[in-house]
Write a protein that binds this ligand. Structure first.
Ligand SMILES: [Ca+2]
Ligand SMILES: [Ca+2]
Length: 271
């Protein structure tokens, strides 16, 4: 009798176990969440038919996106660059730029649909309007021969000057200046101004590069990859010997400079 009860108990227990196992695996076709599966909400990498409990796929996508973003914003070692894509449209350019404006002038990041993305826009609405943006790249980049490049577009106007500076006491003094003046581009020489480009076409991006030799105190200007008559120009106002340590754009107080835009600033030793 006891033996019979024990057999019945074992059979019932075995049936319960089979029932539980069947219930647990019912509908799981081990296909993840593709169409026609037992649980189409289980679209992750783990096929446990408990819904989308794993962010694996999304994590992979997110990582790819992050990597792509970091590639476009990573600065190469040994260079200084800014395409302003990390800045906020409607605000002045952020670190590493020091921005100062006065008398109604503005220096603002704007987002363009011409492929430039974010650019810096200078608006100098009056003779009195004045402003500047200044950055101090690693000094090691500028105590050897270096190239400094930027894109420049004029919507309108006059004035505005792309410059490099050395420090005299507490002030930064321009040793070289590339200006828009009236209808042409000119560059400073130790003996006066030299015309580099004339006429200038409005609403067109120009690519500028200056090659600077800080030991010789000389620089040359190329535009859109072409050498110009602005070659072997001497530093100006170089009465106090000190290294070139800053770059920037200056908005004159003596003219109504109108609207100009800058993008893709890049500095690197040329050795
Ligand atoms: Ca840009
Ligand atoms: Ca002005």
């Amino acid at each position: 009798m006891n033996n019979t009860i024990c057999k019945i108990f074992l059979i019932v227990a075995l049936m319960v176990c089979i029932g539980i196992f069947t219930a647990c695996t019912s509908g799981n076709d081990n296909k993840g969440g593709s169409s026609g599966d037992d649980d189409i909400s289980d679209d992750d990498l783990i096929d446990d038919d408990s819904g989308d409990d794993d962010s694996g796929i999304n994590t992979t996508t997110s990582t790819t996106t992050t990597t792509t973003t970091s590639v476009t914003t990573t600065t190469q070692p040994g260079t200084f660059s800014d395409d302003f894509e990390g800045d906020t449209p409607g605000s002045p350019p952020g670190d590493p730029w020091e921005v100062n404006v006065d008398s109604g002038a503005t220096i603002t990041v704007v987002s363009l649909k011409d492929g430039s993305g974010n650019v810096v826009e200078f608006n100098d609405p009056s003779v009195e309007g004045i402003g500047s943006m200044l950055a101090k790249p690693d000094a090691d980049l500028m105590n050897v021969p270096f190239g400094l490049e930027w894109d420049w577009l004029w919507v309108s106007g006059d004035g505005m000057s792309f410059q490099i500076y050395h420090k005299v006491l507490t002030n930064y003094k321009a040793v070289a200046a590339i200006d828009f003046s009236v209808d042409h581009i000119r560059a400073s020489d130790s003996t006066g101004w030299v015309s580099c480009l004339s006429p200038v076409t409005l609403d067109q991006w120009y690519h500028f590069k200056i090659d600077v030799d800080p030991d010789a105190k000389k620089y040359s200007v190329s535009i859109d990859g072409n050498a110009t008559t602005c070659a072997d120009l001497g530093f100006v106002n170089y009465t106090v010997p000190s290294p070139v340590t800053a770059i920037g754009v200056y908005m004159y107080s003596t003219v109504n400079g109108g609207v100009t835009r800058f993008d893709n600033i890049f500095l690197a030793p040329t050795d």
